[in-house]
Ligand binder design. Structure first.
Ligand code: NAP
Length: 242
């Protein structure tokens, strides 16, 4: 097994995930870029980074995650940092949303729980160390009209973070969440212009955040932050303080 630490970033081919991959590679990690559908972007990123590898899985499909773990054993042999970045959103008001849409958002949370369990069991519990960093959202705290399953899942991810940190007490496996505010990525580009303008008006810093500004905090939690555990770090330009 190589001495180089390995970081796995889910949804690493796009947006915030891609920025995390770049930043963690710069910090000396060998980076596992996980993707589901963004193969082209993930491949481009793999080619750009010096020491990275690609893995594909659908977080909504537990068998796909079982296969992913087997692949990680061969490709990496260790996982030191897990960034649970993948997320999915459907924009529709409560009465217009159907169960299938609800499940498409909620199944990513189920998959995040399951992947974390597998990574803990196969890698981190064996090495006795690790950092788990969950990317939640400010809307898990403030609520947000027009996308109810998404804030539900994100609030749950923060509760998952706190609970898992307590369950792992006494080990050097630290679990934290970062709750971004309004970050400029494809996910936010899809919001109607009037919704984007209304959100912008609520940000004291007067601008959206960048994926790199989230990746900075991920890198800090992955490599330093040794006394931060079970916390939710709000990174939102002053929109919400927790
Ligand atoms: P994004 O580019 O749309 O990223 C979402 C990622 O999740 C994609 O890479 C996608 O992979 C992956 N994904 C979605 N469903 C999946 C599934 N079933 N299985 C596996 N992977 C799946 O948007 P982003 O803004 O960078 O979002 C990254 C994270 O930050 C998300 O958790 C999001 O909720 C959170 N966040 C974003 C903002 C914001 O303002 N942008 C604010 C707060 C929180 P593929 O493309 O390969 O399918």
């Amino acid at each position: 097994m190589s001495d180089q630490p390995v970081a796995l970033v889910t949804g690493g081919g796009t947006g915030i995930g891609a920025a995390c991959c770049r930043r963690l590679a710069a910090e000396g990690f060998r980076v596992g870029i996980h993707y589901r559908s963004s193969e082209e972007k993930a491949k481009k990123l793999e080619a750009e980074l010096e020491n990275a590898f690609l893995v594909k899985a659908d977080l909504a499909d537990s068998e796909s995650l079982d296969a992913l773990i087997k692949e990680l054993k061969t490709l990496a042999g260790r996982i030191d940092v897990l960034v649970n970045n993948a997320g999915y959103n459907v924009n529709a008001p409560m009465l217009a949303m159907n169960l299938e849409q609800y499940d498409s958002v909620a199944s990513v949370a189920r998959g995040t729980w399951y992947l974390t369990k597998l990574v803990l069991r196969r890698f981190m519990m064996r090495s006795g160390t690790g950092r788990i960093i969950n990317i939640s959202s400010v809307v898990g705290h403030t609520g947000n009209a027009g996308q109810i399953p998404y804030p539900m899942v994100k609030a749950g991810l923060d509760a998952f973070t706190k609970s898992l940190a307590q369950e792992l007490a006494g080990r050097e496996i630290l679990v934290n969440a970062i709750a971004p505010g309004f970050i400029d990525t494809e996910m936010t580009d899809e919001l109607p212009e009037e919704v984007q303008a209304a959100i912008l008006a609520k940000i004291p810093q007067g601008r959206t955040g960048t994926a790199d500004e989230i990746a900075d905090v991920v890198a800090f939690l992955a490599t330093r932050g040794s006394y931060i555990n079970g916390s939710v770090l709000h990174v939102n330009g002053g929109m919400y303080g927790g």
